[in-house]
Ligand binder design. Sequence first.
Ligand SMILES: NCc1[nH]cc(CCC(=O)O)c1CC(=O)O
Ligand SMILES: [Zn+2]
Ligand SMILES: [Zn+2]
Length: 330
Amino acid sequence: MDISSVLQGGYQHPVSRSWQAKRQLTKSMFMYPIFITDDPEASVEITSLPGQRRWGVNKLEEFIGPLVKKGLQSVILFGVPLTCVKDDRGTPADDPEGPVILTIKKLRALYPNLYIACDVCLCEYTSHGHCGVFHTDGSGVINSEPSAQRIAEVALSYAKAGAHCVAPSDMMDGRIRAIKRALIDAGYGNRCTLMSYSAKFASSLYGPFRDAAGSAPAFGDRKCYQLPPQAKGLARRAIQRDVAEGADIIMVKPAMPYLDVIQDAAQLAPDHPLACYQVSGEYAMVVAGARAGVYDLRTMAFESVESMVRAGCTLILSYFTPQFLDWLDE
Ligand SMILES: NCc1[nH]cc(CCC(=O)O)c1CC(=O)O
Ligand SMILES: [Zn+2]
Ligand SMILES: [Zn+2]
């Protein structure tokens, strides 16, 4: 065989295969999304997200403690208010007695080294279930400016409660600038990371999450503010805009069907950490495929996140985080 035809001399052994990766997976690459509800004693299985639960504040220690022992470094909190009164501007989002703010304080006290991010959105708290505030003229159109202002208020309240990172997932125009301004003006500019869900697509893969968080829109859909799946150009513009508006971390979401966008983001924002979100539907698909005998769960979970690292991300939000804490020790 000709010399130029031979590849296998370089990866015939597991160790030399591992050197073919530009970057190795590490535990600190994983951020674990967790659902906190307003019943403090809750520990309720989420049937559409096998293995995940809605937790109450009083159960956090038994839930998170063992994971921190295994090397969990960061979490992202999602509030699931079940008993509060929702309104058209999402008033319960920054209730000082609400589950997110109570959880930030509790986790800060329990685990001083754990990095705590908070998803910031209104859809879990609005009566209409949308991520912003509507024009008052009955047009059914989202009004970006008051939406961004309200979202900035909520983000600041999480920062003040002690969140290390706020992550707006609403996709309203101007919210990164509004949040950054609010953080700086209140003295949190150097204490709180702003992670933007910059390229968030209107995806079919959020179904289990909406079920878990009770955040399905009461009417219509999110296509007027989340990106159309084919919109590579809009995704590139959104990434560049959010960098210019002061985002500290850029995120692409969902992850596996959008690896080309992750790669674009790595080129457009090479000096920023780059996150991707392996969303609820991606997780559910990997689990369902394994249960159907299509592949081995662990092998497929590794393949899925390795593809994201290969595309250029430095941080992965994944419901598989607890498993990876075990798997990366094996
Ligand atoms: N803005 C709400 C929000 N924040 C995170 C997700 C999805 C996360 C997942 O599916 O795991 C969603 C769903 C949506 O936009 O409808
Ligand atoms: Zn939302
Ligand atoms: Zn959200």
